[in-house]
Design a protein around this ligand. Structure first.
Ligand code: CCH
Length: 288
């Protein structure tokens, strides 16, 4: 009879840990980028790959890595994310068995953990899909809008108010770039370390409109070096959002726990996994 002699490599936890370690090593080596880390932009890549999900049609999400293609890569919201995709190219070459879809999310997990955030349990099993799976423009949030827009966008993915606020805490990390979004500046004084400072600053500082030629954004009255987007200010203005902002400002453990749970959900939206939920991988960080 016929024998299938083709060897199929089935990656296991140890193999994904090796990919994690390689990304962590590159993060440490490339400290010349931005505020000293590619971590924030890697997290943004994983979020924008996932945040296109629509629960009604079960389209979009991290399964597919369709941002590799125009038109999705050229959507305004994705400006600048090529830096993150290019950063990961040598990792894809070193581990050709991993899909781009799994790699981008693993990089988001690695970025959070290496920037001293909570553990983010991970499942593999995403497959890369062609450009016919690109999502239409407009599925990611518009920073100039208000709370009803935030609820419409994140509600479409299936999130409630508490998870929306928890996820927003990612803005402890990174910055806005005038040549990407048009906005300018970081949210916190430590944009490469995951903290609950975003919530603390929203609660404790006074914010005013920044006087400049760019889009409407806020600056802290005291130092004028930090920023908030109009959508960020909704997290403290809206009554229901505000209760969670105040909770996370006081309780970093509550923030880390809720953030981790919400990010795991975000990263898995629309993915038909074989790996069971109770067998997710938890990666060792470089400093564990
Ligand atoms: Fe965000 N984000 N984000 N964001 N974001 C920007 C940058 C980062 C919005 C708008 C912007 C999430 C939610 C929202 C990150 C993670 C998350 C920028 C600046 C804008 C604008 C881009 C630039 O100029 O480079 C809006 C609006 C929302 C919701 O309403 C969520 C959710 C996450 C992750 C869980 C990270 C990280 C950055 C920093 C990127 C960098 O390059 O430093």
């Amino acid at each position: 009879g016929q024998t299938n002699t083709k060897k199929i490599f089935t990656p296991r936890f140890e193999d994904y840990q090796k990919v994690y370690d390689q990304i962590a090593k590159l993060l440490e080596e490339h400290d010349e980028y931005d505020d000293g880390s590619y971590g924030p932009v890697l997290l943004r890549l994983a979020w924008h790959a996932s945040g296109t999900y629509d629960k009604l049609t079960n389209t979009g999400g991290s399964n597919g890595a369709t941002m590799r293609f125009a038109p999705e890569g050229d959507h305004g919201a994705n400006a600048g994310l090529k830096a993150a995709r290019d950063f990961l190219e040598p990792v894809k070459e070193a581990f050709p068995w991993i899909t781009y879809s799994d790699l981008w999310i693993l990089a988001g997990v690695c970025a959070i953990q290496e920037m001293q955030g909570p553990k983010i349990p991970y499942r593999a099993g995403r497959s890369d899909r062609d450009l016919s799976f690109c999502t239409p423009d407009g599925r990611l949030p518009d920073a100039s809008k208000g709370s009803s827009h935030i609820r419409a966008i994140f509600g479409r993915m299936g999130f409630d108010d508490r998870a929306m606020v928890a996820l927003s805490g990612a803005h402890a990390l990174g910055r806005c770039h005038t040549d990407r979004s048009g906005y300018s500046g970081p949210w916190t004084f430590s944009p490469t370390t995951m903290t609950n400072d975003y919530f603390k600053l929203l609660v404790e500082e006074k914010w005013q409109y920044k006087k400049w030629n760019g889009p409407k954004q806020f600056e802290d009255v005291k130092t004028k070096t930090l920023m908030m987007l109009p959508t960020d200010m909704e997290i403290i203005k809206d009554k229901s959002f505000k209760q969670y902002t105040e909770l996370y400002a006081k309780d970093n453990d509550a923030f880390f726990k809720d953030f981790s749970e919400a990010v795991v959900t975000l990263f898995e939206l629309g993915v038909p996994f074989e790996q069971p939920e109770d067998q997710r991988y938890t990666f060792k960080s470089s400093f564990d």
